[in-house]
Design a protein around this ligand. Sequence first.
Ligand code: FUB
Length: 360
Amino acid sequence: MYYSTRFLSLLLLAGFACSQPKETSEVITADSTASKFANAPLVEHIYTADPSAHVFEGKIFIYPSHDIETEVAEDDMGSHFDMKDYHVFSMEQPGAEVTDHGIALKLEDIPWAGRQLWAPDAAEKDGKYFLYFPAKDKQDIFKIGVAISDRPEGPFQAEPEPIAGTFSMDPSAFQDGEEYYLLWGGIWGGQLQWYEDQKLVEGRKGPTDGIPAPDQKAFMPYIAKLSGSMTELAEKPKEVLILDENGEPIKAGDNDRRFFEAAWMHQYEGKYYLSYSTGDTHFIAYATGDSPYGPFTYQGNVLEPVQGWTNHHSIVEFEGKWYLFYHDTQLSGETPLRNIKMAELTHLPDGKIQTINPMK
Ligand code: FUB
């Protein structure tokens, strides 16, 4: 089942954890649940997930999803991830207190959106801040929208329509010098498998309609340069190829390595790194290339599976050190009620990333 509990045994162990977030001032006690996690949640007063981190105004800003408890039944398309707003967080430096800047954007203030505010990201250009976010439109089809603010923490004002030419979900913004790019896509609940040649195929439903045979090329993320206004695509989106060690596109049946969702790009020593979630095998994998458009060659894993079904991350440099932001379900033990975390990330001398184990 989509986004169901692969880690049933871990969840059973964690089952005694309360399903309500703790107050900020409370400290998680060093019980057997907490002690198996390598890192502590960054905030505990609300549930948060999919953390996209950036350095703005000399601080780390985090743009996560805001998980909430819901009556919506769990299904194969992730309907139980029923988020209705975004909060923005900041910290002066790693380890410092995390500030919750409150609600930055609400579902009801997005004219075109119907439900499910999933993983967002942000970018800054010329003193303006742009929040890119996915939501299902009134026809229940994921689109990507943009909202604008003069401040990194918002509040953000949504554009009246989704960004033309976008589809699916999990947008992430990548700045390369003067150019900005938007990446996106995700299969199963992310609906990417319903598209052929970037057109919605009538009649496709559910998580497997449109998924290629195991020996066929997997779905890949998409990328497009953003226009000068940052609110439109400047070109037709292109598929970002992820290749195996033989230069062949990763196959749909290669579940340990194929792209599922959560594309993120960073640059390190002249190389482009594309990292992403492998979904049902729960890794954050990465591939490297010489251009944001790819092709990228699979290299390994950034992050081992976390507690919970989803794995979603971002990678950011702050004052010469690199950090991975990710989430797990330490606070709740429930897949749709996640909490964001961070860990230091190491680029090894050969350009590989040292794999991070989220558990001790
Ligand atoms: O938070 C909702 C969805 O779960 C995200 O968009 C996916 O990447 C997964 O983390």
